[in-house]
Design a protein around this ligand. Structure first.
Ligand SMILES: CCC/C=C/C(=O)SCCNC(=O)CCNC(=O)[C@H](O)C(C)(C)COP(=O)([O-])OP(=O)([O-])OC[C@H]1O[C@@H](n2cnc3c(N)ncnc32)[C@H](O)[C@@H]1OP(=O)([O-])[O-]
Ligand SMILES: NC(=O)C1=CN([C@@H]2O[C@H](COP(=O)(O)OP(=O)(O)OC[C@H]3O[C@@H](n4cnc5c(N)ncnc54)[C@H](OP(=O)(O)O)[C@@H]3O)[C@@H](O)[C@H]2O)C=CC1
Length: 306
C-alpha cells in the first residue's frame, strides 16, 4: 500500500486565487434546479433575516425560504454579492429580497439592520445567523489581529444579532426564532482553534438563552455543518481540499442545500417544540474522520514520525 500524501501546513489567502482554483459550491444554475420536499407555502406569512446570504449556505437558505413563501431580508458586507441573491430570488420567485449591507461586527450597524427589516416588513419571525468564517492556521502562529477578527465575527457578531433581535421581540411582545450556524466542534478542529472557540461559545450561549428567553417565546437553536462545499472553500489550499471528504465516514462533502433544507425545517411550524438544540449535518464527522484545513503535518499521517 502506498503511503498517504502529506504536506506541511501553509497559509493560504484568497488573493492567491488564480486559474488553477475553480469556484466551489452550488452556482446559481445548480441552485435553480434543486428540488425540495417541502410544500410551496410552508413559510408563507413569515419574515426571515439571514446573515451572510450573498454566497454559500446563506444564499441557498435565502433562495429556499423565498421559494417556500417567506419574505426575506439578507445582509453581508459586500453589496455585489447580496445583489446576486436578490437577482436569483427575483428571477425564480418574483419576490423582492431586502438586502442591507451590514458588518455584523458593528453593533450599531446591527441595530440599524434590525430596525430597517422591522420597518420594511413590519416584523421578523426568524433570524438565521449564518455570517462567519475563519482562515486556517496552526493556533500557535495566530496573530492577535487574526484571533480578534475571527472571535469578533463569529461570537460577537452573532451575539449582537441575537440580542438586538430579542430586545425587539420582547418590546413588541411577539415570538421569535433564532437559528445559529456554527460548526462541528465536538472533537475540536486543528488549524481552526479560533473558530472552535467562537462556535463553542455560540453553542453554549444558545443553550443558555433557550432557557432565559423562553418566557418571551423565543426559541434558539444551532446547526453544526460538517464539510459543506461552498464558495468559502476558497480559503483553503488545494492539497487540503483534496482530503476534505475524509472528514467523515460517508467520505463525501455536503452542499449548501443540505443546510438550507434544515434551516427551512427549523423555521417551520414543525419545529415549534425544538429549543436549545444543536442539529449536526456532517455525514458522521463527529464519529470518524479527520480534517486539517491547512494541510496535515507529517506527525499525524499514518506513517508519521510519532
Ligand atoms: C475548516 C473546514 C470547515 C469549515 C469551512 C468553512 O467555514 S468554509 C467558509 C469559510 N468562509 C470564510 O471563511 C469567509 C469569511 N472569512 C472571513 O471573512 C475571514 O476569514 C475573517 C473571519 C478572518 C475576517 O477577516 P477580515 O474581514 O477581518 O479580513 P482581513 O483580511 O482584514 O483579516 C484580518 C486579520 O485576520 C488574519 N488573517 C486573515 N486571513 C488570514 C489568512 N489566510 N492567514 C493568516 N491570517 C489571516 C490577519 O491577521 C488579518 O490581518 P492582516 O494581517 O491582513 O492585517
Ligand atoms: N462550508 C463549510 O464546510 C462550513 C461552514 N461553516 C460556517 O457556515 C457559515 C456559512 O459558510 P459558507 O456558506 O460555507 O461560507 P461563505 O464564505 O460562502 O459565507 C460566509 C458569508 O458570511 C459573510 N460574512 C463574513 N463576515 C461577515 C461580517 N463580518 N458581516 C457580515 N457578513 C459577513 C460573507 O459575506 P461578505 O464577505 O460579503 O461579508 C459570506 O457571504 C459560515 O459561518 C461558515 O464559517 C461552518 C462549518 C463548515
Amino acid at each position: 500500500m502506498s503511503a498517504p500524501k502529506t504536506f506541511e501546513p501553509k497559509i493560504f489567502r484568497p488573493e492567491d486565487d488564480g486559474p488553477d482554483r475553480p469556484r466551489r459550491g452550488l452556482d446559481d444554475e445548480s441552485l435553480r434546479t434543486q428540488t425540495t420536499i417541502y410544500r410551496d407555502d410552508l413559510l408563507a406569512g413569515q419574515t426571515m433575516l439571514i446573515t451572510g446570504a450573498g454566497s454559500g449556505m446563506g444564499k441557498a437558505a435565502a433562495y429556499l425560504a423565498a421559494r417556500l413563501g417567506a419574505q426575506v431580508a439578507i445582509c453581508g458586507r459586500d453589496p455585489d454579492k447580496l445583489d446576486t441573491t436578490v437577482k436569483l430570488v427575483r428571477e425564480e420567485t418574483g419576490s423582492e429580497v431586502l438586502a442591507v449591507p451590514t458588518n455584523i461586527r458593528d453593533p450599531e450597524a446591527v441595530e440599524a439592520l434590525i430596525d430597517k427589516v422591522h420597518g420594511h416588513f413590519g416584523g421578523i419571525d426568524t433570524i438565521v445567523n449564518n455570517a462567519g468564517g475563519q482562515f486556517p492556521q496552526d493556533a500557535i502562529d495566530f496573530s492577535r489581529k487574526g484571533w480578534l477578527a475571527v472571535i469578533d465575527t463569529n461570537l460577537n457578531g452573532t451575539w449582537w444579532m441575537m440580542q438586538e433581535a430579542a430586545k425587539r421581540w420582547r418590546e413588541i411582545g411577539k415570538p421569535g426564532n433564532i437559528i445559529n450556524i456554527v460548526a462541528n466542534v465536538e472533537r475540536g478542529m486543528p488549524q481552526a482553534a479560533h473558530t472552535c472557540a467562537a462556535r463553542a461559545g455560540v453553542i453554549y450561549l444558545s443553550k443558555t438563552l433557550a432557557t432565559e428567553w423562553s418566557r418571551w417565546n423565543i426559541r434558539v437553536n444551532c446547526i453544526g455543518p460538517g464539510v459543506i462545499e461552498t464558495e468559502g472553500f476558497r480559503m483553503y489550499p488545494e492539497e487540503a481540499l483534496a482530503r476534505f471528504h475524509k472528514a467523515n465516514p460517508m467520505k463525501m462533502r455536503g452542499n449548501a442545500w443540505d443546510v438550507a433544507e434544515a434551516i427551512a425545517y427549523l423555521s417551520s411550524p414543525a419545529a415549534r417544540f425544538i429549543n436549545g438544540d444543536l442539529l449536526i449535518i456532517d455525514g458522521g464527522q463527529a464519529q470518524w474522520g479527520v480534517i486539517w484545513p491547512a494541510g496535515m503535518p507529517d506527525y499525524f499521517s499514518e506513517d508519521g514520525a510519532a
